[in-house]
Design a protein around this ligand. Structure first.
Ligand code: HEC
Length: 109
């Protein structure tokens, strides 16, 4: 309950100020992307049909995803303490759980 209240407060602050809040979550060295996700991200990003993200194609790469995690993006908090191997691991996990772009051919089936 306390955690939910803090999340709402962070969201309200981000909405009012228009800039990202920072989350001080620090992963254990060597944690897998999945472990980091279930500790730090699952509260806001809920898996749906096996996929979690629906990132626009130009942002669906490791560099862009890492930048979003490090710096935040609007309501999405920044995670400055996720770095190095752990940042790569969580970025790869996000990319693996990103909904694949449906091509025109597949969509018209
Ligand atoms: C407090 C809630 C919250 C937490 C915690 C959170 N996110 Fe987010 N995240 C959001 C919201 C809301 C968005 C939607 C877009 C925006 O506001 O820019 C978002 C967007 C994103 C995006 C961009 C998606 C897109 O379509 O462009 C990525 C990637 C992402 N989050 C990854 C993560 C990862 C990885 C973690 C854990 C380390 C995490 N988020 C934790 C709320 C959260």
């Amino acid at each position: 309950m306390k955690r939910l209240t803090m999340l709402s407060a962070a969201t309200i602050i981000a909405t009012i100020t228009g800039c990202s809040v920072s989350n001080d979550f620090t992963p254990v060295a060597g944690n897998s992307g999945e472990e980091i996700f279930s500790n730090a991200c699952i509260d806001c990003h809920t898996p749906e049909n096996g996929y979690i993200y629906d990132i626009s194609p130009e942002k669906a790469n490791i560099e862009s995803i890492s930048a979003i995690i490090s710096k935040g993006e609007m309501v999405m908090p920044a995670f400055p303490n996720i770095q190095g191997a752990e940042l790569t691991a969580i970025s790869e996990f996000v990319l693996a759980k990103n909904k694949p772009v449906v091509s025109e051919d597949a969509a018209s089936e």
